[in-house]
Design a protein. Structure first.
Length: 349
């Protein structure tokens, strides 16, 4: 069952336009919308929330058309990156505000606030005010206020953006735990593919007011459908060439080098190969893989857990090794190396 169905959504705001957005989100799904600044992802989120009224199209929640409903009538909670806590209320009243607005009895509100604060590990903060909290504590409070009303849909707009890396990582795990326990359908807007990969069941990539690709994080990460998506998700081996189909495979000519792919497409194409799909050796590699080349190691970049290499084999291939594999091979800038990768690892865009 589709929890959210967005059909032919068109919204014009000044010179910006959401262009006939079609999207569905399944019940209980954690769905991320990614895109660069100005891509329209927040406008899409706020349209679902009811803040913007579309010029065309419809929005269904649980098969009910909510296109013309006010935000308060959609049973949706929103968490923004700037927290939007009430500065004149303590944390207890901030968390319970939605329940008070809906007319719950005081005893019910107090009980739910205590349980929600305990769930998020902020019980000790209930009598403090927002100005005294850290960024992580403010965000936990904002999340508590959002989930206490048991919404049909939880909308998150860059909720981790303003936090330091350590706090961001901890809250990412907190969001995952909340979703696993509450099973609330969630739409999370972010510009971070790393965060989406850790949280999302599926993702949508937006740019220029359009959705360019929807799929699981792994599908989008390994098989981007356009050069923009490939660049946005960090595909490092992205080449452009000319493809011809021979014997049920594609042969792509790139700067005089021929790369074989199982994908079938002819004409001018873009090709992507994940760095981790490329095998390298100081000796010739005997393998069934159809793409085998040799070249000189030109760059070495040590990361925390891996070593990133660039090998000039007519075109520059980026390869990732574990630190142990790198040390065992005894590589250095100027080393002559052999590399190979399967035709199935060569994705044509």
């Amino acid at each position: 069952m589709n929890m959210i169905e967005v059909s032919d959504l068109l919204i014009e705001i000044g010179e910006f336009e959401l262009k006939r957005i079609n999207l569905f989100v399944k019940e209980g799904e954690y769905f991320c919308i990614l895109g660069p600044t100005g891509s329209g992802k927040t406008i899409l989120l706020e349209s679902i929330a009811g803040i913007y009224r579309p010029d065309m199209g419809s929005i269904l929640i649980n098969r009910h058309n909510v296109t013309d409903l006010l935000p308060k009538d959609r049973n949706i909670s929103v968490v923004y990156q700037d927290f939007m806590l009430f500065p004149n209320m303590n944390i207890r009243d901030n968390i319970g505000f939605g329940l008070k607005y809906k007319g719950y009895e005081k005893s019910v509100i107090e009980d739910k606030v205590e349980k929600t604060a305990e769930f998020l590990g902020i019980s000790h903060l209930l009598d403090r005010y927002p100005s005294t909290l850290s960024g992580g504590e403010k965000q936990r409070t904002a999340i508590a206020r959002a989930i206490i009303t048991e919404p049909d849909l939880l909308l998150l707009d860059e909720p981790l953006y303003a936090l330091d890396p350590g706090t961001k990582a901890r809250l990412r795990q907190e969001l995952l735990r909340i979703h696993q326990l509450k099973k609330t359908t969630t739409i999370h807007v972010t510009h971070s593919f790393e965060g989406a990969f850790a949280l999302a069941d599926r993702i949508a990539i937006m740019h220029g007011g359009k959705i360019h690709q929807v799929g699981t994080p792994d599908e989008v990460f390994r098989k981007p459908n356009s050069a923009f998506v490939a660049s946005f998700v960090g595909v490092e081996n992205l080449f452009h060439g000319t493809s011809v189909i021979k014997d049920d495979q594609s042969e792509i000519l790139i700067n005089g080098l021929i790369i074989i792919s199982n994908a079938l497409k002819s004409g001018n194409v873009s090709v992507s190969i994940r760095p981790e799909d490329i095998l390298i050796s100081k000796d010739p590699i005997h393998s069934s893989a159809q793409n085998s080349f040799s070249g000189v190691l030109t760059e070495i970049t040590r990361m925390r857990a891996t070593v990133n290499l660039v090998i000039d084999a007519v075109i520059p291939f980026r390869v990732v090794l574990t630190k142990r594999a790198y040390d065992d091979m005894g590589l250095y800038v100027g080393s002559w190396v052999y590399l190979t990768f399967k035709a199935s690892a060569t994705h044509i865009i």
